[in-house]
Structures are given as structure tokens and as C-alpha cells.
Design a protein around this ligand. Structure first.
Ligand code: UD1
Ligand code: CA
Length: 457
């Protein structure tokens, strides 16, 4: 059956106390809504429909680059009414999976299982047993253990309230069946809402309702306040950290690592405290990531050391390199194996060849640096003339003395030497020494200026 995914996201989220719609609040670096879409995407649905209401313009903006269909639910009359807003854009023969924009950590594997659980024209329902079921809809089963209904907390009897199997809200059914059931529900209940859950009793009398369960409770946990959001974030991070430990990664403190994206880590990597991972990051075996390092969309090669307080973004660090402390590696940087970047060095759109070094206080931008090059302290590639950017090429074995400026476009040849304090404006040929310092003068008996005495007024 072709699949349509419907994500309910119209609620106000009053308890967030925010101008931002609840579903756009981030968890692990991505909005809750993006998490839900990301999990469902891997099911390859034919169609995504987001039901939005409060903050619909912001939701529309965030989804503008996707092919998600947004339908408006101007008034929030209940979950049944919300799903009903999406159905007109869904073909009768589609299987419909209902998800929630504020239940961000649902796993693809659980959803796959749910889709497989659904009886052909009945309902597949995701339920969970909770120690404290307060607030949730209770799952009512008959003596044969078949599901017969869901009763909301506010409509439940004393007896029903004792049930600890609850409705996560997540379910699937054929579009055609949903259309039929939803046209028959009313709002004669304690909250005066059209309940999606009223479909359960109708399905139970026909094709049936089959339940399955998530692997972990955090998958089905909803967020209504920033307190719950922060708590879910911590538990998500704890789960990620535990996975890494099990894969053979050393975390100096599993509670002080933040993964806001996807981290691929080989075994025997060591990660010190307060490291932040963003986007897609790959760390190869034996690498050591120091304290307070931020890695974003990058690769750190085997046995490399990233020392404390370093930022690396959209870059490739080869094997056995050393970077930092306090280095900033910006987009388009490639460090070949055994390259060395020391403290207070900024590198952008630059390749540093094998074994080359820039140890202190340097800016390398738009540069192509060969192998075995030594770049002294305080060297700057002047890559920008205020209007355009130009390239600096430093060939293999060159030595750039301290405090030099290389005014691009400029080329320093193989094994050339540039003396300290030189401003290079013309190409330096291979094996040459280039130096632009003025000869040192000595003036003996030099009198320094003295301070003028102020006249009294
Ligand atoms: C719902 C279920 C309950 C389940 C619980 C799990 C119903 C009637 N009850 O209750 O059985 O245990 O979820 O969390 O379905 N929404 C809309 N439009 C609406 C109403 C809701 O988009 O008109 C969205 C909300 O933004 C929210 C979600 O649907 O994200 C759930 O709605 P809410 O009213 O909070 O349902 P619950 O009372 O939690
Ligand atoms: Ca809720």
C-alpha cells in the first residue's frame, strides 16, 4: 500500500511560553518537527501532510524547501478533527500513519513494525505500559485481550483509570477507513473535542485493532513545556553516549557530550568533556578529541589529536594530524596526514600538505600549501583586496619566517625561504631567499621625546 504520513502540529503549546511554535523548538540541534519527518522519511512515504494551526507561517517557512503538504486547522477541535483536515488530500487506497510534531524521538524501526501490525482495513496502534498513566488515554481490552476502545483520562471511570496500558496517539489505518470512521465521530465528551481515539471502538467492531510497542519509552514521550524538552534532550544524549561507549569509544564523562546530528565514531576514539558534535561527523580510530571542542560536518582521521577549545567546520583532517589548542578550522580546509596546526591559527579553504606545519597565530585563507612546509608564527595570507579573493600557493619544502604577509595572488616556489617580517608581493622562485626588511640602523645617544610641562592657568 502507498503510504501517507500525517503529522499533527496545530496545537498552541501554551506551556512553552514562546513566540516560536512548539514543534519548531529544537531537540539535539533539530526542530522536533524535523526529527519526526526524518524518522518517517526512511519509510519512503509518497506524501507528507503536516496539520498546522498556531504559528502556521513559521512552520511553512521551515518546511519551504521540502515537499511537505501543509494543511491548516484554524481551530483546534480535537485530534480527530485534525486528521480529518488532512484526509481530503490523501488517496483512499493509501495507508495513513498519524504522528505528532511534539513527539520527536519516534524511531523508524518502531514505525515499520507498526505499519506491519495493522490489519488490512483495521487500525495499527502504538501503545505503551507506564508506571504512571495519568493524563493519557487508556487502552480497554476485552476478556480475550482484544482492544475494544480508548477512553480518555477525563472520560474514564475509576476502574478504567487503573489501566496502565496507554495510547501513544501514534496509529495507522487505510485512508478510506479513516474517512468513514471520522465522519461518524462527535464531540459529546468531557473535553467537547472530536477524538481520533473514537475510531478505535468503531474499528474494533469490524476489521480489528492490533497493538505494538516501542523499544524505549522516550520514543513516545511528548513535549508540553521547556522542562519536559530539557529532560528529553538529556535522556536522548544519555542514550547516544551509551551507544558510543558500547561501540568502544571512551567518553571521559558521558554526561558532558552533546550530539546534535550524526556522529560516526570508530572504536578507541577518546572524547574529553564538553564536546559538541553538529551535522555529520566522522571520527576515525585512535583519534583524541580534547575538551570544549566543536566539530561540525567534518572528518577527523585516525590517530589525530584535536586539542582543547578548537572549532572545526566542513573540513577534512587527515591521519595523525594535530590541531589546536584554540584553533579555528573553517569550511573547505583539508589537512593531509601528519599536518600540524597550533594555537590561534585560523584556516579557511586551504589545503595543507603532508607533514606541513603552522604552529602559532596564523591565518591561512584560499591557500594551497604543499608538503613539508613550515609556516612561522604570525604569518598571514592577505587573500582579500576588499573586493575579490585571491589564492596563495606555497610549494613543497618552503619555509615562511615569522610575521610575514603573503599578498595574494602569489606563489612561493619549492624549498624557497621567506625571511621573517617580509611582505611578499611578487612570486618567489624555487630555492630562493626572499626578504623585504629594511636594513637595521643604529643611532647612538638617541634622545627620546620628553613630556611637555603644562602651563598653569
Ligand atoms: C492524545 C490522545 C490520548 C493519548 C495522548 C498521547 C486523543 C483524543 N487523545 O491526548 O489518547 O494518550 O494524545 O499524548 O487523541 N492537535 C492538533 N489539533 C487538534 C488537537 C490536537 O493538531 O485539534 C495536536 C496537538 O498539537 C498535539 C497532539 O495533537 O501535538 C495531541 O493533542 P492533545 O490535545 O494534546 O491530545 P492529548 O490530550 O494529549
Ligand atoms: Ca498532549
Amino acid at each position: 500500500m502507498p503510504l501517507s504520513v500525517v503529522i499533527l502540529a496545530a496545537g498552541k503549546g501554551t506551556r512553552m511560553r514562546s513566540k516560536l511554535p512548539k514543534v519548531l523548538h529544537p531537540i539535539a540541534g533539530r526542530s522536533m518537527l524535523e526529527h519526526v519527518i526524518h524518522s518517517a522519511e526512511q519509510l519512503h512515504p509518497e506524501q507528507f501532510v503536516v496539520v498546522a494551526g498556531h504559528g502556521i507561517d513559521q512552520v511553512r517557512q521551515q518546511l519551504s524547501e521540502t515537499n511537505v503538504t501543509i494543511v491548516e486547522q484554524a481551530q483546534q477541535l480535537g485530534t480527530g478533527h485534525a486528521v480529518d483536515q488532512a484526509l481530503p488530500v490523501i488517496e483512499d487506497n493509501h495507508q495513513v500513519l498519524v504522528l505528532y510534531g511534539d513527539v520527536p524521538l519516534i524511531e523508524t524501526s518502531t514505525l515499520r513494525q507498526l505499519l506491519a501490525t495493522q490489519p488490512e482495513s483495521g487500525i495499527g496502534l502504538l501503545t505503551v505500559k507506564l508506571n504512571n498513566p495519568t493524563g493519557y488515554g487508556r487502552i480497554i481490552r476485552d476478556s480475550a485481550d482484544s482492544i475494544t476502545a480508548i477512553v480518555e483520562q477525563k472520560d474514564a471511570t475509576e476502574e478504567q483509570l487503573k489501566v496502565n496500558e496507554v495510547n501513544t496517539g501514534i496509529l495507522c489505518a487505510q485512508a478510506k477507513s479513516l474517512k468513514a470512521w471520522l465522519s461518524n465521530i462527535d464531540n459529546n465528551n468531557a473535553q467537547g473535542e472530536y477524538y481520533l481515539t473514537d475510531c478505535i471502538a468503531m474499528a474494533a467492531q469490524g476489521a480489528g485493532v492490533k497493538a505494538c510497542h516501542p523499544l524505549s519509552e522516550i520514543e513516545v514521550e511528548g513535549v508540553n513545556s521547556r522542562v519536559q524538552l530539557a529532560s528529553l534532550e538529556r535522556r536522548y544524549q544519555a542514550a547516544k553516549a551509551e551507544q558510543l561507549l558500547q561501540q568502544g569509544v571512551t567518553l571521559i564523562d558521558p554526561a558532558r557530550l552533546d550530539i546534535r546530528g550524526e556522529l560516526n565514531c570508530a572504536s578507541d576514539v577518546l572524547i574529553d568533556v564538553n564536546v559538541i558534535i553538529e551535522g555529520r561527523v566522522n571520527i576515525e580510530s585512535g583519534a583524541v578529541i580534547g575538551a570544549n571542542v566543536i566539530l561540525k560536518d567534518c572528518v577527523v582521521g585516525a590517530d589525530s589529536q584535536v586539542k582543547p577549545n578548537t572549532m572545526i567546520e566542513q573540513a577534512q583532517i587527515g591521519k595523525a594530524c594535530s590541531v589546536g589548542p584554540f584553533a579555528r578550522i573553517r569550511p573547505g580546509t583539508i589537512l593531509e596526514d601528519e599536518a600540524f596546526i597550533g594555537n590561534f591559527v585560523e584556516v579557511k579553504k586551504t589545503t595543507l600538505g603532508r607533514g606541513s606545519k603552522a604552529s602559532h597565530l596564523t591565518y591561512l585563507g584560499d591557500a594551497d600549501v604543499g608538503q613539508g612546509v613550515n609556516i612561522g608564527a604570525g604569518v598571514i595570507t592577505c587573500n582579500y583586496d576588499g573586493a575579490n579573493k585571491y589564492k596563495t600557493v606555497i610549494e613543497d619544502g618552503a619555509f615562511i619566517g615569522s610575521d610575514c604577509q603573503l599578498v595574494a595572488p602569489v606563489n612561493v616556489g619549492k624549498n624557497a625561504t621567506v625571511g621573517a617580517g617580509t611582505t611578499v608581493t611578487k612570486d618567489v622562485q624555487a630555492e630562493e631567499l626572499c626578504i623585504s626588511r629594511t636594513p637595521q640602523k643604529h643611532i647612538s645617544g638617541w634622545q627620546r621625546p620628553v613630556k611637555k610641562v603644562k602651563e598653569e592657568q
